[in-house]
Design a protein around this ligand. Structure first.
Ligand code: FCB
Length: 467
């Protein structure tokens, strides 16, 4: 790759000296998701997904962008795998597109499965561990047409899909993740309508969440049955909420924010109960319909928990039962407008360990930032990303020192991609993508990360690498 010939920037990104993250067993990776990179939306029998429908609806995404082309990963996958290997990561987190691998009648689509078999095999040949998310938001549209996640039946269809994938791809995967960020699917998809399918009612959100979590529990069983021995878990996005006001009402607003963002998902998974303040205080009358036995399915033990962390919000009371986000002035922000607040990740990890004694081993399955990156003379300078990553490594190290069992870290994202409602404008990649030519260019952050990984590998296994 020509970019590799460029000098490595002096500032390596690395965890603090002596950190447990420097241990050779700590897993370093990069992450992507099917709809955000693949393109080829009607190739090899792929069915329409809710994101095809949503993004094709005027006004739903920035600039009307869709995933129709994305990074053309469906055809460029072999080069992309080589790019991942060139970075030197231990692991790659990707997702399977449900509409690619299962026909509407529930039978396997071997053409779509073949794509993932080849992809996973090539990753394996490079010695890269494969962490596979089953659902990163691309629900088949035919299921949405029957109510989507508002329909309890979708949880059972998801388990059938999970069973199919685990059976067909068993032996090619080191870790299964059932759902990516059920909070986003439930709240952004059904609560405020910012994401597909674009419905907006808190009662929909709580019911969709229940069915998502039920689907997770059923899928966990299915995966364990069809690919026994491969660790399985879920991925939850979490957010830090604090208030710059000491007023008890504002402090309560911050508590409710974290309850709504974090405990709405983690508490049912880890204790088998919902935080009822959600419907007693925040959204009166929105309690979901829960059938006997559901909570036991939802809360069965997981092998690991994936945590995605991006930012903090500053909350104030809305004067009633809820909270409003009052952005702080004069704080560092990213291209998304999100505050850069690494301390929040340490705080949350420590809190989860304190509140949930049965917290399983944690992987940070997404963390990263968007910046308005451009290629100048073959180079992409993204100093804010390097600094962002470095500071988050330090925050995770502090959480590990405090006793939280964090075993790996995946940067979001391998490359710039379709950032949902924000389209292609927001660039989260370590690798820059020119969407006209599809040329990939390693950003400075990628080189700095690569330099750290190379050095770590050389230090850990000198004999193996030099002979
Ligand atoms: C997360 C999503 C991921 C990406 C990042 C920026 O919520 O899981 O697909 O969009 O945000």
């Amino acid at each position: 790759m020509p970019e590799s010939a460029l000098p490595v920037p002096a500032d390596r990104i690395a965890p603090p000296a002596g950190s447990a993250m420097a241990d050779p067993r700590f897993l370093w990776g990069v992450a992507t998701a099917s709809y955000q990179i693949e393109g080829a939306i009607d190739t090899d029998g792929r069915l329409p997904s809710i994101w095809d429908t949503f993004s094709a609806t005027p006004g739903k995404t920035l600039g009307g962008d869709t995933g129709e082309q994305a990074c053309e990963h469906y055809t460029r996958w072999a080069d992309d795998v080589d790019l991942i290997a060139d970075l030197g990561v231990d692991a790659y987190r990707l997702s399977i597109a449900w509409p690619r691998v299962m026909h509407a009648d529930g039978t396997p689509n071997q053409a779509g499965l073949g794509f993932y078999r080849r992809l996973l095999a090539r990753l394996g040949a490079h010695g890269i561990q494969r962490y596979v998310t089953l659902y990163h938001w691309d629900l088949p549209q035919h299921l949405e047409d029957r109510g989507g996640w508002l329909n309890r039946d979708t949880a059972y269809r998801f388990a059938e899909y999970a069973a199919l994938v685990a059976r067909e791809l068993s032996g090619l995967v080191e870790g299964w993740m059932t759902l990516n960020e059920p909070w986003c699917s439930a709240f952004l998809g059904y609560g405020n309508g910012h994401h597909a399918p674009g419905l907006a009612d808190p009662r929909y959100a709580t019911q969709a969440m229940h069915h998502l979590l039920l689907g997770h529990g059923l899928a966990l069983d299915a995966v364990r049955q069809n690919d026994p021995g491969t660790p399985a878990g879920i991925v939850a996005n979490v957010g830090r909420g604090t208030s710059d006001s000491a007023d008890p009402a504002d402090q309560e607003a911050a508590r409710l924010y974290e309850l709504q963002h974090n405990d709405w998902v983690l508490q049912p998974l880890l204790t088998g109960t919902y935080p009822t303040d959600l419907w007693d205080k925040l959204w009166p009358g929105s309690a979901p319909l829960v059938l006997p036995g559901d909570m036991a399915v939802i809360s069965q033990p997981m092998d690991f928990l994936g945590i995605n962390y991006y930012f903090r919000c500053n909350l104030r009371s809305d004067g009633a039962h809820g909270f409003v986000d009052v952005p702080l002035a004069d704080v560092e922000r990213t291209q998304m407008g999100w505050e850069v607040y690494p301390q929040g990740l340490e705080d949350l990890l420590r809190r989860f360990k304190a509140v949930y004694p049965n917290l399983p081993p944690v992987y940070i399955t997404e963390n990263g930032m968007a910046s308005d990156d451009t290629v100048v003379d073959g180079r992409v300078a993204d100093p804010q990303r390097q600094s962002f990553l470095q500071r988050h490594f330090a925050a995770i190290s502090r959480a590990i020192d405090a006793g939280v069992d964090v075993r790996g870290y995946f940067i979001w994202s391998l490359m710039d991609n379709f950032e949902w409602a924000f389209g292609y404008e927001r660039r989260f990649g370590l690798v820059h993508v020119d969407y006209t030519t599809q040329v990939r260019t390693l950003k400075d952050s990628a080189r700095a990360f690569q330099a750290f990984l190379q050095q770590r590998r050389a230090a850990a296994t000198p004999a193996a690498l030099t002979t």
